[in-house]
Design a protein around this ligand. Structure first.
Ligand code: ADP
Ligand code: ADP
Length: 224
């Protein structure tokens, strides 16, 4: 069952061809890694997959429907953790997640339950009243993951989710992503092969805007 399909996606920024003819599929239950060096086109690809950036060419299908035609339905199916999520440091965790729930159209009556569920899933229950500014970077990233799942999307798109974290936080966030992968299909980007090996079931390698390799993870494990 294919949840997301990118067909011939390209994106220019002026003269720069950041992404060129990218084809990708995400199937139900997968954790797909998008691996590539800085500047390879990972963020640009992720933004197009979740509808935050329109492609110069090509299209994204969500559950077989073109995102360009039905953007609202697509947004419901996806949660997105950008590389630098806007976290509103003056909010506490409950306030912020409640606000995010509202943005997704979750009614007031259902918001408390949605926030409670997202906190539990991301190990944030004991941090509910803490201001986001006073959390460690690892916990701030948990808040970022919690906002990505607040509306229970089938798919979550995570852009470089462990960048800037210390080694222990990295292990914790990787474990949490694997946990979230039981409930959600996941696409995550990284420039670190061990990260992809630790978390993903399949990998696509992007270089200079092009997909150069896409296989099940065990193919790489065998060869390395
Ligand atoms: P990655 O996430 O793999 O580091 P990006 O998708 O951010 O790669 O960038 C791909 C290329 O597009 C890079 O050359 C980058 O400088 C360029 N780029 C990204 N965003 C913009 C932008 N808003 N304007 C101009 N160039 C951009
Ligand atoms: P990353 O590649 O680390 O994910 P981005 O490429 O998304 O980061 O860059 C962060 C911000 O800078 C984004 O708003 C992006 O659009 C912008 N940006 C990135 N590269 C360029 C560039 N070459 N020219 C102009 N803006 C850029």
């Amino acid at each position: 069952e294919i949840l997301i399909e990118a067909r011939h996606l390209s994106r220019r920024y002026g003269p720069t061809l950041a992404v060129s003819d990218v084809n990708l599929t995400l199937r139900k239950g997968e954790i797909l890694g998008l691996l590539g060096p800085n500047g390879a086109g990972k963020s640009t690809t992720m933004k197009m997959l979740c509808g935050c950036l329109s492609p110069s060419q090509g299209e994204v299908l969500i559950n077989g429907q073109s995102m360009q035609v039905k953007p609202e339905a697509a947004k419901r199916s996806l949660g997105y953790l950008p590389e630098q999520p806007p976290l509103y440091p003056e909010f506490n965790v409950d306030e912020y997640l409640g606000y995010c729930a509202g943005l997704h159209g979750i009614s007031r009556a259902e918001r408390v339950a949605a926030v409670t569920r997202a906190k539990q899933a991301c190990g944030l229950s004991h941090m509910a009243k803490r201001n986001i500014a006073n959390l460690s970077k690892g916990y701030q990233q948990r808040v970022g993951l919690a906002q990505a799942i607040i509306h229970r999307p089938p798919v979550i798109v995570l852009d470089e989710p462990t960048v800037g974290l210390d080694p222990i936080q990295i292990q914790e966030i990787r474990a949490l992503i694997k946990e979230l992968g039981r409930e959600h299909s996941v696409i995550l980007s990284s420039h670190i092969l061990p990260e992809i090996q630790a978390v993903c079931s399949r990998v696509a390698i992007i270089d200079k805007g092009r997909i150069v390799f896409a296989e099940a993870m065990d193919v790489i494990q065998r060869e390395s």
